[in-house]
Design a protein around this ligand. Structure first.
Ligand SMILES: Cc1ncc(COP(=O)(O)O)c(C=O)c1O
Length: 396
């Protein structure tokens, strides 16, 4: 007998993966340069050069047994200290190394946090549009997954809708800013209001409702503030990843931050470590822990993402497309001309332009573009977007 939930997850590829695979097949037929694949969020800027230098230095100056050996399950102290020092210097806060748990990227960190919060009947509430993997992460962990409808057209958070959906079983509100797929950064004002709602609701129900802040895009912001959420709400747990900030998605390294100020923080930290243990976590990759110990202060050079962002935003807006202002990450989330994003995506696909319909992000009627591609692709795709919107305009 096979577990049918696990089977369904493995057997049905996500729409994003389907499009990506299709793009590769088309590229083999018509040539890579003729396929405009905006499906997958794989970073297109190299890691800062200091990262590779650190790898080389560690391999040559550190005992091989130490480089490749197991570390403690929570991670090397020096790495946690480097991360803590960096956050303290940036945000004027006073985090401690003991509050960090080094993990293998945001995905397994989120599942560990969800499992740690999965009491019988427990619920996690997230805000649409959201990263589609949240649903299997939460449900496999044992939490009910509930969604707050999108705050159209700005894609901040509709606080009234949050308040209405919080129940006595709500264990956490899961947020992601800068956001995948909208590219929107939640403002300090939005987060302050959210924290006020959660303080009120936690008091009403007599238990903490945590914010789980999923932050793989924290460093990808274009001239706007990305507030440090625990400063605004004490019961915040951060899941951070170096996948996008240092362009290291294949290396699997990040951390969970559980502030001492959070309610039941020591128990929560231990439960996250226990949940990670139960899912087979032994330690984060040892070499990459050592790299982060040397590189936690580095930031990505965002110039090429920013150029792509501006060119697409200005170009598409001029053609008549509508979208929220993309201040962060490397995504645009665009209203589908004609209103049916699946149909739009299909028509775009016929022109070798691959965009992802918003249904899987909890937001039908919109489609997502990942602009972590070359600038030539951005420029080359604009006339195709133009043709597509004209077809819809002529139909009306
Ligand atoms: C919003 C969001 N959360 C989590 C992840 C998982 O990232 P990681 O590579 O750190 O597991 C991604 C990856 O694209 C993401 O977009």
């Amino acid at each position: 007998m096979i577990n049918q939930n696990a089977y369904a997850l493995g057997a049905n590829r996500s729409c994003i993966r389907d499009l990506f695979e299709y793009g590769r097949q088309r590229a083999a037929i018509v040539g890579e340069e003729k396929v405009y694949d905006y499906s997958l969020g794989n970073p297109s800027i190299p890691s800062p050069k200091e990262v590779n230098e650190a790898v080389r230095a560690i391999l040559s100056d550190t005992d091989s047994l130490k480089v490749h050996g197991y570390t403690s399950a929570v991670g090397d102290y020096e790495t946690r200290k480097a991360i803590s020092d960096d956050l303290n210097a940036r945000y004027g806060v006073s985090t401690q190394p003991e509050e960090f748990f080094l993990g293998c990227g945001a995905a397994p960190e989120l599942t560990a946090v969800f499992r740690a919060l999965a009491v019988p009947g427990g619920e996690v509430l997230t805000i649409a549009p959201y990263f589609p993997e949240y649903k299997p992460f939460a449900e496999e962990a044992g939490l009910s997954f509930r969604v707050v409808p999108p705050d159209v057209p700005d894609f901040q958070i509709c606080l009234e809708a949050v308040e209405k959906r919080i129940t006595p079983h709500t264990q956490a509100v899961l947020i992601n800013s800068p956001n995948n797929p909208s590219g929107v950064v939640y403002t300090r004002e939005t987060l302050t209001w959210l924290s006020q709602v959660l303080v009120r609701k936690s008091q009403e129900y007599g238990h903490p409702i945590y914010i789980v802040s999923d932050e793989p895009y924290r460093e990808l912001a274009y001239g706007v503030e990305v507030p440090f959420v625990p400063e605004l709400y004490r019961n915040t747990v951060i899941c951070y990843s170096y996948s996008k900030s240092l362009s290291l998605p294949g290396e699997r390294i990040g951390y969970v931050y559980v502030p001492r100020q959070a309610e039941d923080s020591q128990m929560l930290y231990a439960a996250i470590a226990g949940a990670a243990r139960a899912s087979g976590h032994v330690c984060a990759p040892s070499l990459w822990q050592k790299v982060i110990a040397r590189c936690a202060h580095l930031r990505p050079d965002l110039d090429s993402y920013d150029r792509n962002r501006k060119t697409l935003y200005e170009g598409l807006t001029a053609q008549g497309y509508e979208m929220a202002k993309p201040d962060g990450a490397f995504y645009l989330f665009i209203k589908a001309p004609g209103g049916d994003a699946n149909e739009f995506s299909q028509r775009a696909k016929e022109k070798d332009l691959l965009v992802v319909p918003g249904d899987g992000f909890g937001c039908p009627g919109y489609f997502r573009i990942c602009y972590c591609v070359s600038y030539e692709k951005i420029v080359g795709s604009l006339p195709i977007f133009g043709e597509l919107i004209r077809e819809y305009q002529e139909k009306v």
